[in-house]
Write a protein that binds this ligand. Structure first.
Ligand SMILES: Cc1cn([C@H]2C[C@H](O)[C@@H](COP(=O)(O)OP(=O)(O)O)O2)c(=O)[nH]c1=O
Length: 218
């Protein structure tokens, strides 16, 4: 423990970008630099009723629910709201709290589903709900793990073939959604939406030691 309030760092990117692998490697690099790390992945499947409703909709195709972009977005947001106290507690006793997806996932996927951009009505509405109304902690930084939608789809497909727990959901198998989502992520990063964004090349690989040093410096 470095003796200060922890930094909230969020990993974002397409399904199959490799966020989990990056989270593990970055945790190792942060630990090696002397920093303590707590991790939380959203949606919290199996831990929150809201996340489980999302999972049912995505995997079993509850059409009426999944068709409601705003309804789905509120379920993701309520899952996070239920974790807000835990995030604050972890920020109090860790140097870094590393989140695998957060509010920006909702912004990117929701806007992409509605064929809007990062400056559209949906993203504005979402920020009002999650940040202003629910009072979720604002991140210190986003890490956008960037791969093309084709690379992400290929990786997600391989992962699903070797691990039954990682079966692809209906967002993952929608190639045109993933492509639009990738565009919205780039726009969010360029706008510095909610917090500064570090854009990382998910194909070339990430120098996690350098990234850890940078995250601990600011
Ligand atoms: C956390 C979050 C995820 N999503 C989407 C992104 C994914 O396509 C989908 C499921 O999340 P995902 O990270 O793929 O969960 P897992 O890998 O554990 O199955 O939900 C949102 O639309 N909004 C959100 O707030």
């Amino acid at each position: 423990m470095l003796g200060r309030v922890g930094r909230l760092v969020v990993i974002e990117g397409l399904d199959g970008a490799g966020k989990r692998t990056l989270a593990d490697a970055l945790t190792g690099a942060l630990n090696a630099a002397g920093a303590s790390v707590a991790s939380i992945a959203f949606p919290r499947y199996g831990e929150s009723v809201h996340a489980d409703l999302v999972k049912e909709a995505l995997h079993r195709g509850h059409g009426d629910l999944i068709d409601s972009v705003y309804g789905m977005a509120l379920l993701y947001a309520l899952d996070r709201r239920g974790a807000a106290d835990e995030i604050r507690a972890r920020l109090g006793d860790h140097d870094v709290v590393l989140l695998d997806r957060y509010v920006a996932s909702n912004a990117a996927y929701g806007a992409a589903r509605l064929h809007q951009g990062a400056d559209g009505e949906f993203v504005r509405w979402l920020r009002e709900q999650e940040i202003d109304r629910f009072g979720l902690p604002v991140p210190a930084a986003h890490l956008l793990l960037r791969v093309t939608a084709d690379v992400a789809a290929d990786r997600a497909q391989r992962r699903a073939a070797s691990d039954a727990d990682r079966a692809r959901d209906s967002f993952e198998t929608d190639d045109s959604l993933q492509k639009r989502c990738s565009v919205v992520y780039d726009e969010l990063a360029a706008a510095g939406w909610l917090a500064p964004w570090h854009v990382l090349d998910g194909v070339a690989g990430v120098d996690t030691a350098a990234l850890a040093a940078e995250l601990l410096r600011v």
